[in-house]
Design a protein around this ligand. Structure first.
Ligand SMILES: NC(=O)c1ccc[n+]([C@@H]2O[C@H](COP(=O)([O-])OP(=O)(O)OC[C@H]3O[C@@H](n4cnc5c(N)ncnc54)[C@H](O)[C@@H]3O)[C@@H](O)[C@H]2O)c1
Length: 464
């Protein structure tokens, strides 16, 4: 028997079945009482996906005025939920009101967690992206506001589905925040306004670089045989395109999104190159994941403007992690360092020098840090409390499609249009809404334990 989260009640017990852990209450589908708000401004949140970003997003929510309370949690791994709960409880004791019968484990755990909310509360989705549309659909049915992490989709069919859901959310006046945090950086907001006001002229070239050593779970050696292949792929989601869009999508979307935002447009097509130089781990065992270790993608906009996105996960190669926009009258450093790191700045020339600088973003006047993770929540809650239009789902899907388009172009070695990718019929994780612990993994290993990989020029109609 696996250690229960609470020893006091059989209903709350976690049962281990053939190596898999499920919450008894989640299995039984027990209807739990709604959590009622103490006052009209009191917002409750439920966390679905209790990993690194999930814990971070819940904490960001609880740092806002109100303050919001965390009332339910869901995950497919008990140890992830327990870890996030313990950390959040230590940090935000009074606001974490998640007794064991509001902790849910399993693929249907998201339903039970959302069933603990009332209309007008917020569901947080921080699982790998494959489950986004499933969770979003249920939130809309329940009339819940949503905060969901990037990226939202990895393929054409789920992108089209999510665009429809975005419309349904707007029709129900639901507020939807997406974790494309650049759009909530006050520095980038000011830069965006300056670019719209013509400070650097018409944008004709943009560049994004995310080049670093291996990060996250982008590199995987063979499945060790446990947990199940499905659960292992979920826990190493950067390795699998169905789960995350792979390293290209997960690591580069912030730059791609904020550069397109600066341009106020999405590209019409992409072509790209990429490859896998290193196929073995330092100990000699083969990597089996679906990623390239370097990518260079050229996007083209309707007016001919180009955007280049270079991504690399390689030890020893020069690290560069910044983004730039070039216009007819000058240039901008969009992200100085990181996904959207300050300071942003503008210049009269194409070469950034102190002499040609027009503007540089400042720290907040009160000395506080412009933290986009917190700003996302401030903006979402303001929209909820003041009933302002706020739905980032469609632009989140467009940013996800743009990112996937570049990955797909590099993986197939073809020039691909935005519309071709969006209308592609290949769904990477069909039936994800019906997954159970016994479901087969969406990609299966061959006899050597390797998964299907992209082969540019050979596999040209499908990504793998
Ligand atoms: N905006 C940002 O800067 C930023 C930063 C980090 C991560 N993220 C995004 O957040 C998401 C999560 O990333 P992470 O780093 O926290 O990963 P993680 O592995 O730490 O957390 C994911 C959690 O979701 C759980 N999970 C998986 N499938 C589930 C399901 N069907 N139902 C319930 N729980 C499920 C996992 O067990 C895990 O606990 C990803 O989409 C990632 O791209 C965004």
């Amino acid at each position: 028997m696996n250690a229960p989260l609470n020893n006091s009640s059989s209903r709350r017990e976690f049962i281990q079945t053939t190596g898999r852990i499920v919450a008894a209450s989640a299995l039984a589908g027990v209807a739990l009482p709604h959590v009622h708000a103490a006052g009209s401004d009191q917002v409750s949140v439920a966390l679905v996906g209790c990993g690194g970003r999930g814990g971070g997003a819940a904490s960001n929510a609880m740092q806002q005025s109100g303050p919001p309370k965390l009332v339910a949690m869901a995950d497919v791994f008990e140890h992830r939920l327990k870890g996030a709960y313990d950390t959040l409880k230590r940090k935000h004791n009074a606001q974490v009101d998640v007794p064991d019968d509001r902790k849910f484990i399993g693929f249907d755990a998201y339903r039970h967690a959302m069933d603990c909310l009332k209309k007008g509360d917020v569901a947080i989705f921080t699982t790998p992206l494959a489950f986004r549309w499933v969770h979003f659909k249920y939130a809309i049915e329940k009339g819940l506001h949503v905060f969901m992490e990037k990226q939202l989709t990895a393929d054409g069919p789920t992108s089209r589905r999510m665009l429809k859901l975005a419309e349904e959310a707007t029709a129900k006046n639901l507020k939807v925040g997406v974790g494309l945090k650049s759009r909530h950086s006050r520095a980038l907001q000011e830069l965006h306004q300056r670019i719209q006001d013509g400070e650097i002229g018409d944008i004709n070239l943009m560049r994004g670089y995310r080049m670093q050593g291996p990060i996250g779970s982008a590199y995987s050696t063979k499945w060790p045989g446990q947990p199940s292949e499905l659960m292992w792929q979920i826990s190493r989601f950067h390795s699998f395109i169905w789960a995350s869009g792979g390293g290209y999508s997960d690591f580069n979307i912030h730059h791609i999104d904020h550069l397109c935002w600066m341009k106020n447009a999405w590209p019409i097509k992409a072509q790209g190159i990429g490859g896998r130089t290193y196929r073995n781990a330092p100990d000699g065992s083969p990597y089996v994941d679906q990623n390239f270790d370097s990518y260079s993608v050229e996007y083209t906009f309707a007016d001919g403007c180009k955007m280049y996105m270079d991504g690399r996960c390689m030890i020893g190669a020069t690290p560069i992690y910044s983004s730039y926009a070039h216009g007819s009258k000058g240039m901008a450093i969009v992200s100085k360092q990181g996904d959207c790191g300050r300071p942003s700045s503008t210049f009269r020339t194409q070469n950034p020098t102190s002499e040609s600088m027009i503007w540089k973003s400042k720290e907040n006047k009160d000395g506080s840090i412009d933290d986009p993770f917190n700003n996302e929540w401030a903006d979402l809650l303001e929209a909820i409390r003041n009933d302002k239009p706020f739905n980032e789902a469609a632009s989140g899907v467009m940013a996800s499609v743009t990112t996937s388009l570049g990955r797909y172009a590099a993986h197939t070695g073809q020039e691909v249009t935005f519309d071709e990718f969006l209308n592609h019929e290949h769904e990477y994780a069909p039936g994800v809404d019906k997954f159970t612990f016994d479901s087969p993994a969406p990609v299966q290993a061959d006899k050597d334990g390797k998964y299907p990989i992209p082969q540019p020029g050979i596999k040209t109609k499908r990504e793998y």
